[in-house]
Ligand binder design. Structure first.
Ligand SMILES: CC(=O)CC(=O)SCCNC(=O)CCNC(=O)[C@H](O)C(C)(C)COP(=O)(O)OP(=O)(O)OC[C@H]1O[C@@H](n2cnc3c(N)ncnc32)[C@H](O)[C@@H]1OP(=O)(O)O
Ligand SMILES: NC(=O)C1=CN([C@@H]2O[C@H](COP(=O)(O)OP(=O)(O)OC[C@H]3O[C@@H](n4cnc5c(N)ncnc54)[C@H](OP(=O)(O)O)[C@@H]3O)[C@@H](O)[C@H]2O)C=CC1
Length: 290
């Protein structure tokens, strides 16, 4: 029975998962290497919950209750009482493997370890843990409090009990589940990221400006965000990692990452989270960078 949920990585996804878990009554502990990140993450969660109170979707009592269920620290040992730990650190296999090496010795023998990876092989990540049978993918969508879907992905060794516990947990968060096989980028990102990459090629080849491309897809295809706006929202580093996993994993040149995406990431222009990507977010309103 899952009661205590640990989160590794206090970024946009880790904090979103922490928020919805606490709102559903789970005790949550967020771990990140940076204490400042945890503090910023808790402030974001508080802001999100306060907005829900002002819009009448939650009472102030409920906000306080949810906040009281969330703790955070930069000490890995605090994850030891957890029944389920969801790793939501940077989309980089080396980083994730290193985290599993550090986290596994701290966890209870029967604890489930899950990853929120957007694209990486669950079976390969499981091999870096001491518990492949209690390891799987629980892939939330961004922004977690708003998006209804969660993809569940089994690795080759994932036991049925692990899968059913994860399913029960995700259902308790009032999310809808789809099950994806363990192939590069699963379902959503296998389809979404090539579309975003194509939008970046469209920009790179001068077919349209940032604004023209986003307006075209918002008004011409009824997408809630333009593809370049969405890329900035996801994070351009994450978009590039996903395209690299698709390109390497499926060995098809149709997945080659656009050189302009590579250039933006090399410049540290990672989108909203770094203040600049296809738009510059440092002023009052986002301004296209091309
Ligand atoms: C990369 C991966 O591995 C997988 C992925 O996640 S891919 C990305 C998937 N996500 C998407 O495609 C998102 C596409 N965009 C959208 O659906 C919408 O633009 C959006 C839901 C993000 C915002 O919707 P909107 O109507 O433009 O904005 P807005 O009216 O301000 O917000 C709607 C609600 O969302 C909430 N919201 C918006 N952004 C939020 C955020 N970042 N965090 C938390 N809540 C947020 C708002 O508070 C608001 O809530 P209430 O209705 O309770 O007031
Ligand atoms: N962005 C999105 O739309 C979605 C992302 N995902 C996946 O979720 C995961 C997280 O993405 P996202 O939240 O966007 O990324 P962010 O960059 O917002 O957050 C990642 C966090 O992990 C931290 N981190 C890095 N290394 C470690 C470590 N060794 N131990 C603990 N924490 C660490 C980072 O700290 P620092 O910044 O200091 O390095 C940062 O706080 C990725 O696997 C991504 O693919 C899944 C669905 C949607």
């Amino acid at each position: 029975m899952i009661k205590n949920v640990g989160i590794v990585g206090a970024g946009q996804m880790g904090c979103g998962i922490a928020q919805v878990s606490a709102v559903s009554g789970y005790k949550v502990h967020i771990y990140d290497i940076s204490a400042d990140r945890i503090e910023a993450g808790l402030a974001t969660i508080n802001g999100n919950l306060a907005r829900q109170v002002s819009s009448g979707k939650m009472t102030d009592e409920e906000r306080k209750k949810a906040l009281s269920l969330i703790k955070g620290s930069a000490d890995l040992n605090d994850l030891s009482p957890m029944d389920l730990v969801i790793e939501a650190a940077t989309e980089d296999e080396t980083v994730k493997r290193k985290i599993y090496g550090q986290v596994c010795p701290v966890l209870k023998a029967d604890a489930i370890l899950a990853t929120n990876t957007s694209s990486l092989s669950i079976t390969r990540l499981a091999s870096a843990t001491d518990r492949p049978e209690r390891f799987m993918g629980i892939h939330f969508m961004n922004p977690v409090p708003v998006m209804k879907l969660v993809e569940l992905v089994r690795g080759i060794a994932t036991e049925e009990g692990t899968f059913s516990s994860a399913k029960q947990f995700v259902t308790a968060l009032d999310k809808t589940i789809t099950v994806a096989e363990d192939f590069p980028a699963f379902i959503v990102n296998r389809i979404l990221l090539p579309m975003i990459n194509e939008a970046i090629y469209t920009l790179y080849e001068g077919v349209g400006s940032v604004e023209a491309i986003d307006t075209a897809m918002k008004l011409g295809a009824n997408h809630p965000m333009g593809p370049l706006q969405l890329a900035d929202f996801i994070g351009l580093d994450t978009c590039l990692s996903i395209m690299q996993v698709l390109h390497d994993g499926l060995a098809d040149s149709k997945y080659r990452p656009c050189p302009l995406l590579v250039k933006y990431v090399e410049a540290g222009w990672l989108g909203r989270k770094s203040g600049r990507g296809f738009y510059d977010y440092r002023g009052e309103v986002p301004v296209p960078t091309r």
